[in-house]
Design a protein around this ligand. Structure first.
Ligand code: ADP
Ligand code: MG
Length: 575
């Protein structure tokens, strides 16, 4: 057996191997160079490309620049100015941090770096071929850095063979530059290809203008602003109106902490956020920025991967989905539109009269705690006419089917009632006007030790909600009053369920009051399978219409779906 001596690999080879990981195609070079410019606090970045980057990529910036020593070091071996200890890794604020991009790129191309930290001192000009310095001199240049990469992969012909057509390679470049344009709204960008101007983005262009340039006017005309602050993250940006969809997800652009990423949790939550408004196989567009604590994400630090994982994936999913829903519902309320599946003139008219700002005033919710014994009040004939026309059916004692002249609306009775009770209940709590219902005979309930502790801890909360519970001794308690919306239905069971649900929520994760309101609304709501009278149905639909966010239940499920003429035409392949 021949034992090979362990050898240290020459640095050229190390760099070439690293290049294989970092530089997949010309667009990857563009990405690394622009990231460096941004990390150097540049406000103006100009990108020049020839032959889709196969011949030349030149990135010039007005950033901090490098000293002669740093300039040389940066393209020779793995070096970075961005982290110096492993602690820094936890808190990376720059785009690059591994210190291997420039050295790797220089090893597989002919590269030139011109950099200046102070225009009075002149600039360093270094020329390398395949990672070896060929020439070094001093020239003139304003503060900033220019990096030129020519003949990418000239010394690794096998990899050059993998280049795709110019069109494909250049489209990767425009994609990447587009993401930077969106993510850094205070930076000016210029991109030219073979001398042709592709992007010319100036400072005065805001995010919306930039979306116009990068993703097109069609989308620009169909944007909804999204803005939301959650316990875990902050969101801002734009999503498309439900009418606007695309064939693929390429127009779903997510930035997490300013970094462009791909993440299936976010795409899925976005899609779900549009509830039934987007057809199968079509995708909404979005340019969304999420700010989240770095310790809440796991960034795969493989340099070409754009994937991240959220530590609390399902919370992020649900909160993002909800933010999308609320944005769409708000838009629909404001535009007085009820459904997106296109409407015939008749419905348009109907909606117009109903929502005309002069005629239409949002009424107080009709549900009244005083009359809580009877959720469904009598409707006057006028009210009935105003509320709904068309015929009602109850399907499987679960869905209310509403047939109109040219559409069918299906309401999930439980989800709808949950939404109504949730809004009434949370409003009452907010205003401190909760209605209690004293029980004629207190209900005795025996609790486990765990439940007793929980109950004592949360006593104030329960009181605020309208529960009155007295200790009876030996783990026994008397429930003397309950929130009026519960209507003495199965008091004990509901109370136990609420305790269990609180336990399931885990510690300090969510707003507890909010969660209990949801649970209580859910328990108090009519169930799937409950037979309803016509009057009850009318009341339910009327109350739903007066909710702030009528289109989803508090958990985010849709309350109603509609199938209209156009949808039918589509399904029966008439059009
Ligand atoms: P990283 O970005 O991971 O630090 P790079 O190989 O991309 O590694 O860059 C190495 C170093 O070169 C950077 O840390 C930075 O100090 C310097 N550098 C590269 N490009 C620029 C630039 N455009 N302006 C200023 N400094 C730069
Ligand atoms: Mg870098």
């Amino acid at each position: 057996m021949v034992l090979h001596k362990i050898k240290i690999l020459p640095k050229n080879i190390v760099n070439k191997i690293a290049a294989g990981e970092i530089v997949e195609r010309p667009a990857s070079v563009v990405k690394e160079l622009v990231e460096n410019s941004l990390d150097a606090e540049s406000k103006n970045i100009s990108i020049e490309v020839k032959k889709a980057g196969k011949q030349l990529i030149r990135v010039a910036d007005d950033g901090l620049g490098m000293t002669p020593e740093d300039a040389e070091l940066s393209c020779l071996r793995h070096s970075t100015s961005k982290i110096s200890s492993s602690d820094d890794l936890e808190n990376i604020k720059t785009l690059g941090f591994r210190g291997e991009a420039l050295a790797s790129i220089s090893s597989v191309s002919n590269m030139r770096v011109i950099s200046c930290i102070d225009s009075k001192q002149g600039a360093t000009d270094i020329y390398l071929e395949g990672g070896d310095i060929i020439d070094k001199k001093i020239t003139g240049r304003a503060k900033g850095t220019t990096v030129e990469v020519r003949d990418l992969f000239f010394n690794t012909p096998a990899r050059r063979k993998f280049f795709k057509t110019d069109t494909t390679e250049f489209s990767h470049i425009t994609n990447i530059v587009g993401h930077f344009i969106l993510a850094f709204p205070d930076v000016e960008f210029k991109l030219t290809h073979g001398g042709k101007n592709i992007f010319n983005i100036t400072k005065d262009m805001d995010l919306k203008d930039r979306i116009n340039c990068v993703l097109g006017k069609d989308l620009f005309d169909n944007l909804l602003k999204i803005d939301s602050v959650e316990s875990l993250f902050k969101l801002h940006g734009y999503i498309s109106k439900p009418e606007y969809t695309r064939k693929n997800r390429r127009s779903q652009i997510f930035f997490v902490n300013k970094r462009y990423i791909q993440n299936s949790t976010l795409s899925h939550a976005l899609y779900q956020g549009y509830f039934s408004l987007v057809e199968r196989g079509r995708y909404p567009a979005a340019v969304v920025f999420m700010d989240i604590k770095p310790n809440q994400i796991d960034v795969n630090i493989h340099p070409t991967k754009l994937e991240i994982k959220f530590l609390s994936q399902s919370i992020v999913h649900d909160k993002f989905q909800n933010a999308v829903r609320q944005t769409i519902q708000k838009f629909k309320l404001e535009s007085g539109e009820e459904t997106n599946f296109g409407s015939t003139a008749r419905i348009q008219d109907n909606i117009k009269t109903r929502f005309d700002s002069k005629n239409f005033q949002k009424k107080e919710l009709s549900f009244d705690f005083e009359k809580s014994q009877n959720i469904f009040e009598e409707l006057s004939y006028d009210e009935y006419l105003e509320t709904e026309q068309g015929e009602f059916y109850q399907l499987d004692n679960t869905y209310i089917v509403n047939v109109f002249f040219d559409k069918i609306r299906i309401t999930d009775q439980h989800a709808a009632h949950e939404r109504i009770l949730y809004e009434i209940f949370s409003k009452a709590i907010k205003e401190g006007k909760i209605q209690k219902q004293n029980l004629l005979l207190p209900e005795r309930i025996d609790l486990s030790r765990e439940d007793i502790i929980l109950l004592k801890q949360k006593k104030n909360l329960f009181n605020k909600m309208g529960f009155e519970i007295e200790e009876f001794g030996q783990g026994s308690f008397n429930i003397q009053a309950i929130p009026a919306i519960l209507k003495e239905k199965n008091t004990k069971k509901i109370f136990r369920d609420i305790l269990d649900d609180i336990k399931d929520l885990g510690k300090g994760k969510q707003n507890l009051t909010e969660e209990i309101v949801k649970i209580t609304a859910c328990k108090a709501a009519i169930k799937a399978g409950d037979k309803l009278s016509v009057r009850e149905i009318q009341m339910l639909l009327r109350d739903l219409k007066q909710c702030e966010l009528p289109f989803t239940c508090p958990h985010g499920r849709p309350t109603q779906i509609e199938i209209d003429k156009r949808e039918l035409e589509k399904r029966f392949h008439r059009k």
